[in-house]
Design a protein around this ligand. Structure first.
Ligand code: AMP
Ligand code: MN
Ligand code: MN
Ligand code: MN
Length: 316
C-alpha cells in the first residue's frame, strides 16, 4: 500500500519550542494535511470516558464532538469496550459516527506500549479477554493502596473504587483519591511523587505482549495503532512492531512536539503505515487535550477503515 503517510513537503512549522521535554502542541497547530482533504473535516481518534479513566460518560463524548464540529469520533477506553454501545447509540441519535475503539496496555522489548484498536466491527469479541485485565486492574489498585499505606498515607481502596465508579480502574483514580484526601495537590504531584513508573507506589499491570494485543484487535475487525509513541517512536521500535502486526502510528497527540510529529510522519511514510491522531481526551474542557484539539484529517480515519476492511474482516 502506498501513500498512507502524510506529505513531507516542508511542513508548516508548529508553534512549539523544539528541544524541550514534552511539549503540548497548541490547539491552533496546523495538522499535516493532504491535497484533496475536505477542508475542515476533522475527526478525533483517541478519547476516554467514565468506562475507564475519563471524567465524562460516553454520551458526553458525543455531545462534545457535536459541539466542536467533528465528523466522527472514536471512543478508546483503557482495556475495555464497555462504553462503546452507549457512545454509538448517542452518536446515531446525534448523527455523528462513533468509531468503536480501545487502548490496550501492552509490553514489547522497549517496555510498556499502548496500542489503540480502531474501527472495531466486533468489539464484543474483546469483552471476554479484556475482563481478565479488569480483574488484574482491581488487584493492582489494591497493591498500590497497600504501598501508599506503607508510605504512611492512609488512603483506602473504598475511596479509590468510589473514584472509578465501576469503570476500568487505573492510577488516575488513585490520584483523584489522593487529591480528595489532601495528600497531594494535583494529578501531577500524585504521579511525580508516588504513581509514576519509577516512583515508590508504582505497580505494573498485566503482561500482555504487543503482538497479542494486536492479534486481539485484528480479531475484532480493527486496525492496531502505536499510541503516543513520543521519543520512543524510533524507526527500529516501530519496525519491530510492524513485523508483528502494527498497522499505524499515532502521529498527532498533545504530548508530541514538532520533532516527534515530523519523525513519526516520516517513519509512517517509509514503512507504509497508517497515520492516526487524537486528543487523548479525558474530559478536559479546553486546551490541546480538548476534544478535536489535534485537528486530525477525516481522510486518515477513512484510510484506516479501508485497511481494516481489506485485512481483518474477511471472516465476518
Ligand atoms: P494505568 O492504566 O492505571 O497505568 O494509568 C495510565 C493512565 O494514567 C494514563 O492513561 C494517563 O491518563 C495517566 N498517567 C500515566 N502516567 C502519567 C504521568 N506520568 N503523569 C500524569 N498522568 C499519567
Ligand atoms: Mn488515561
Ligand atoms: Mn495511553
Ligand atoms: Mn489514552
Amino acid at each position: 500500500m502506498t501513500g498512507v503517510g502524510v506529505t513531507l513537503e516542508p511542513a508548516p512549522p508548529l508553534p512549539v519550542s523544539a528541544g524541550t521535554h514534552v511539549v503540548d502542541v497548541p490547539e491552533t497547530a496546523p495538522a499535516p494535511a493532504r491535497a484533496g482533504d475536505p477542508v475542515g473535516a476533522f475527526v478525533d481518534l483517541h478519547a476516554h470516558s467514565t468506562a475507564s479513566d475519563g471524567s465524562e460518560p460516553p454520551e458526553m463524548l458525543v455531545a462534545r464532538a457535536v459541539a466542536v464540529g467533528l465528523v466522527a469520533v472514536a471512543l478508546t477506553d483503557h482495556d475495555t469496550v464497555a462504553g462503546v454501545a452507549a457512545a454509538r447509540a448517542a452518536g446515531e441519535a446525534a448523527g455523528v459516527p462513533v468509531i468503536a475503539g480501545v487502548e490496550l496496555s501492552a509490553f514489547d522489548t522497549g517496555g510498556e506500549v499502548h496500542i489503540l484498536g480502531l474501527h472495531l466491527t466486533s468489539p464484543e469479541r474483546l469483552a471476554e479477554p479484556l475482563s481478565v485485565f479488569q480483574e488484574t486492574r482491581v488487584s493492582r489498585a489494591a497493591e498500590i493502596v497497600r504501598a501508599l499505606n506503607d508510605l504512611g498515607i492512609p488512603v483506602t481502596m473504598e475511596a479509590v473504587l468510589a473514584e472509578s465508579a465501576g469503570g476500568a480502574i487505573g492510577r488516575p483514580h488513585v490520584a483523584r483519591a489522593l487529591i480528595a484526601g489532601g495528600w497531594v495537590r494535583d494529578h501531577r504531584e500524585a504521579f511525580d511523587r508516588y504513581l509514576g513508573a519509577d516512583r515508590p507506589a508504582y505497580v505494573q499491570k498485566h503482561r500482555l505482549t504487543a503482538a497479542d494485543a494486536m492479534d486481539l484487535i485484528h480479531g475484532a475487525g480493527g486496525v492496531a495503532i502505536f499510541a503516543h509513541p513520543g521519543r520512543d517512536g524510533t524507526l527500529a521500535r516501530i519496525q519491530a512492531l510492524a513485523a508483528v502486526g502494527l498497522d499505524g502510528v499515532e502521529v498527532l497527540h498533545p504530548s508530541h512536539g514538532a520533532e516527534d510529529v515530523a519523525r513519526l510522519s516520516a517513519i509512517a511514510e517509509h514503512l507504509e503505515l497508517l497515520c492516526s491522531g487524537g486528543s487523548d481526551w479525558h474530559g478536559a474542557p479546553d486546551g490541546a487535550r480538548a476534544l478535536g484539539g489535534m485537528r486530525v484529517p477525516a481522510e486518515w480515519s477513512a484510510r484506516q477503515d479501508d485497511r481494516a476492511a481489506a485485512l481483518y474482516r474477511f471472516a465476518a
